[in-house]
Design a protein around this ligand. Structure first.
Ligand code: MF3
Ligand code: CO
Ligand code: CO
Length: 267
């Protein structure tokens, strides 16, 4: 069902806050010298022991995939998404996306942010910032009656306007009592196309933006996706609720990054 009940929204809101709080928790550990596997282990421990949440990605096995082996996805530099945490040691200047999806009382919450190991290069920082703006350009389109194409177009226009490309093989998704539900939320397209969104729908917006070509290339581990040209890739993700007048970002937490300045100006 695309429209959530008030009870569903309450449950999803809790799960979403918890997912965002995992990212707050892990932020200070992201430093040169730590492995992605250790970051995952810390997140996993926090979910299980502190929050009482279940990591949704662990053993997640959509059709045609091996069960995903870890509690988070950690996608480093030219990894577009679904990087499997492991022995890789962070070096100064690395950029990484940490994507956390938790289950609490049967409800899912899904969010990801970019992090830097030490000080990022100017280009890496710009890619992350523009991608964050793309997410928010998409969020600002969300309201009762808006078209999924409006969201898609806003993201694509901002990314391409900055000289970047939008990955097309992955999209945002409805979420609630399941990890991936209808609708598909594309990050490229035209205004007034696809389908409309209505108050009570909950979905993610999660643009993957490449510094170079949009082409991607899957690794032999069955999960990790890289840019074909090895250019850097960035991603940010929020789960949002459609309301009568606009949107409510559900994946909120005390230390989440502020929205870009154009969001406040818009309100
Ligand atoms: N959290 C991802 C998303 O935003 C999905 C990860 S699935 C996994 O939809 F199996 F790779 F973990
Ligand atoms: Co998602
Ligand atoms: Co996610």
């Amino acid at each position: 069902m695309l429209l959530k009940t008030a009870d569903d929204v309450r449950g999803i809101r809790v799960a979403c806050k918890l997912a965002a709080e995992v990212l707050d928790y892990i932020a200070p550990f992201v430093e040169p010298g730590i492995t992605t596997g250790e970051l995952d282990r810390l997140c996993h421990e926090y979910m299980i022991n502190v929050q009482g949440t279940i990591p949704a990605t662990l053993h997640y096995a959509p059709p045609g995939h091996f069960p995903y082996p870890k509690a988070t996805c950690i996608s480093l530099n030219d990894v577009v998404c679904h990087g499997i945490p492991g022995a890789k040691i962070l070096k100064k200047g690395d950029i990484l996306n940490i994507d956390v999806t938790v289950i609490k009382d049967g409800y899912f919450g899904d969010t990801s942010r970019m992090f830097f190991a030490g000080k990022p290069g100017i280009q890496a920082k710009r890619l992350s910032d523009i991608t964050y703006e793309c997410l928010w350009k998409g969020i600002l389109q969300v309201k009762h009656g808006a078209w999924l194409g409006d969201i898609a177009h806003a993201v694509q226009q901002h990314a391409e306007g900055a000289g970047y490309s939008v990955v097309r093989e992955f999209c945002g998704h409805g979420i609630g009592k399941a990890f991936h539900e209808e609708p598909q939320v594309l990050h490229y397209g035209s205004p007034g196309t696809l389908s409309q969104v209505w108050s009570g729908m909950v979905f993610t917006i999660e643009p993957m933006i490449n510094a170079g070509s949009r082409k991607i290339h899957g690794m032999n581990d069955g999960w990790t996706v890289k840019t074909k040209d090895r250019s850097l890739s960035a991603q940010w993700e929020h789960t949002v609720l459609v309301t009568d007048t606009g949107y409510e970002v559900l994946t909120v937490s005390p230390n989440m990054p502020h929205p870009p300045p154009f969001v406040a100006a818009n309100k």
